[in-house]
Design a protein around this ligand. Sequence first.
Ligand SMILES: [Zn+2]
Length: 224
Amino acid sequence: MKQITISAGHTRVSRGAVGLIDEWEEACRVRDEVARLTGAKVVVDNVTTTANANLTYLVRGHNATLRDVDVSIHFNASNGTTPQPIGVEVLYYSEAALAGRISAAIAEASGLRNRGAKDRKPLYFLRHTQRPAVLIEVCFVNSHEDVRLYRKHFAAICQAIAHTLQPKPALTTKATRLYHTHCQQLIEAGIASGAFLPVWRNRTISYSQFCELAVLAYFQPRER
Ligand SMILES: [Zn+2]
């Protein structure tokens, strides 16, 4: 299980980009939902009043935690309000592959244009956090289409971030053996009692196919 430390860029006082939505407010919402889904530690800055002090505070907070990856949530802005879509991008220092996966997953989940992974070594957060780090620019606050997609797909976007940061753990050998024993017993009991459809009774689906189906059913995401 990957340990994650996450924070939102900026503060209540030094708010970042303001357009159709407010960067700081939305970054906090995404931060909290991703933390809820992943169990990530959250660094919150309710203290500083300037952009520079905020950066130092957040990085110090991240570096004080035990974790495998550092995540910063931001929203982007360009000049003027536009009806046009602009999209999601994820900035990195060394984690090009992870950044690319997160950007693609957000785009896939929301329909936001995928601007992809961007190398931004000079960024303070990426340069000074001591673990692999990504800075997610969820969408542009000045694009009507981006904001519409973000609002509509908020939950799916947060899930995409969470699942990319923390893929489902593989079963241990012991767990796999237990699982197979139970599957085998279930199949035999089902056949003996006539509970299965003919397709199962006749064993026209193999044991391994049955297990695959069972795993798929087990890992179907459930609505909370
Ligand atoms: Zn920002």
